[in-house]
Design a protein around this ligand. Structure first.
Ligand code: FAD
Length: 367
């Protein structure tokens, strides 16, 4: 209840304007930390016992109000703290996780590259070359969330010695590290995505994540965050649906609320069906994680299914608002635009379905 109050009181009234200006409401970060939403999993930062189911519902609530804000939390908490939690030494975890949980330290997760998105497992080109206790990193990253103001970015790079992907904690401001905001985005506009250049960036061996030995370990982090993105997709759909029900009851045509027309009710029922099925699937995937039985294919199936139905839902909502559906002030346009990014990040719809297909057939169609 406290989380919902915070979101309705402090975030909802400003979300459209921050989206429109392509700015992020950084002043809200300490409150998110105070509510315990950053790092609820790790022993170093957990404020109270919680389950994957609880964390999933929180992701839904965040995206229901602002998918951009949910994405910030996902990058800080799921991807970056997840990478440090899964791959870091006890010293690294103790150093980074507590200040990230309060929001004093902001993180980013640098995997995608200009020339490598879906194929990062094989196509990653950024290199890390070790000389003594120093690694020298060269390459480029694209789309990296929070990177314009992050204190630390986990950079994934290929070790020139053994060709395996390794993770490095690169502090903002390190010589050779440049993050440039990606402008003119038409989805998740409040999220500060950056192009990163790494030109001879030096990182000490103490800042390499020792428990990341290959891309398989990166995939563990992605599996965990993907399930939460599935919850976010449902939350996004709920946000658009709620605005649409309100609008349909208030808007009159032919002397009646448009909500009284059968075709409008059909659309609302289809939206509710999508949302309900999405919640059911997400609940099951979170239960599997709580039982330590979640596989890559479970979170991939949930991400693919909920983002596909989310896209249909926001389109039905937009349609129901007529012309006002494309304007920010009526509560649906932002969700419709943001849905396009959620559909494609953390593994595109296709890649997630191919992960499921591999589990079903035993044949990997994407290598
Ligand atoms: P591509 O890989 O070029 O794909 C283009 C199309 O080809 C897609 O439809 C895809 O499904 C299809 N395709 C590719 N390969 C196959 C295949 N084998 N079979 C069938 N179809 C295929 N990355 C980070 O590292 N950190 C972040 O913080 C981050 N945040 C992001 C935030 C936003 C708003 C966005 C848009 C992206 C973000 N990303 C981030 C990157 C994101 O993960 C990638 O965009 C995503 O993985 C897809 O890569 P791509 O955009 O290069 O598309």
């Amino acid at each position: 209840m406290e989380i919902r109050e915070f979101l309705e009181r402090d975030l909802r009234p400003i979300a459209d304007d921050y989206w429109d200006r392509a700015e992020f409401p950084v002043h809200l970060i300490p409150e998110v930390g105070r509510l315990g939403l950053l790092g609820p999993v790790w022993p170093e930062t957990k404020r109270f016992e919680n389950s994957a189911l609880y964390r999933g519902w929180v992701a839904l609530e965040l995206a229901r109000v602002d998918p951009g804000f949910a994405t910030f939390v996902g990058v800080q908490n799921g991807l970056t703290m997840g990478a440090i939690g899964v791959g870091g030494s006890p010293e690294q975890r103790a150093h980074w996780l507590p200040p990230m949980a309060t929001g004093e330290v902001i993180g980013g997760f640098g995997l995608t590259e200009p020339l490598s998105g879906s194929d990062t497992a094989r196509g990653l080109r950024t290199t890390a070359h070790r000389t003594g206790d120093t690694w020298v990193i060269n390459g480029a990253k694209r789309w990296i969330g929070n990177a314009t103001f992050a204190d630390v970015v986990v950079i994934w790079a290929r070790d020139t010695a053994d060709d395996q992907v390794k993770g490095f904690l690169v502090r903002g401001g390190t010589p050779g590290f440049t993050a440039t905001k990606i402008e003119r985005k038409q989805a998740l506009r409040s999220v500060q995505n950056a192009d990163i250049l790494l030109d001879g960036v030096e990182v000490s061996e103490a800042d390499r994540l020792p428990n990341i030995r290959s891309f398989k370990d990166v995939a563990i982090v992605l599996r965990l965050t993907r399930a939460e993105v599935a919850w976010q997709a449902v939350g996004l759909a709920v946000g658009a649906y709620e605005a649409t029900v309100r609008y349909a009851l208030a808007r009159e045509q032919f002397g009646k609320p448009i909500a009284s027309f059968q075709l409008v009710q059909d659309r609302l029922a289809r939206c509710l069906g999508n949302i309900t099925a999405g919640i059911a699937m997400c609940v099951r995937v979170s239960q599997l994680l709580d039982e330590d039985r979640q596989g890559d294919e479970h979170s991939a199936l949930a991400k693919a299914f909920t983002t596909r139905t989310m896209r249909e839902t926001v389109a039905l909502c937009r349609e129901t608002l007529g012309g006002n559906g494309i304007q920010l002030d009526h509560g649906v346009a932002r969700y419709m635009a943001d849905a396009e990014a959620v559909f494609s990040f953390e593994g595109t719809y296709d890649m997630n379905n191919l992960i499921v297909g591999r589990a079903v057939t035993g044949i990997a169609a994407f290598v």
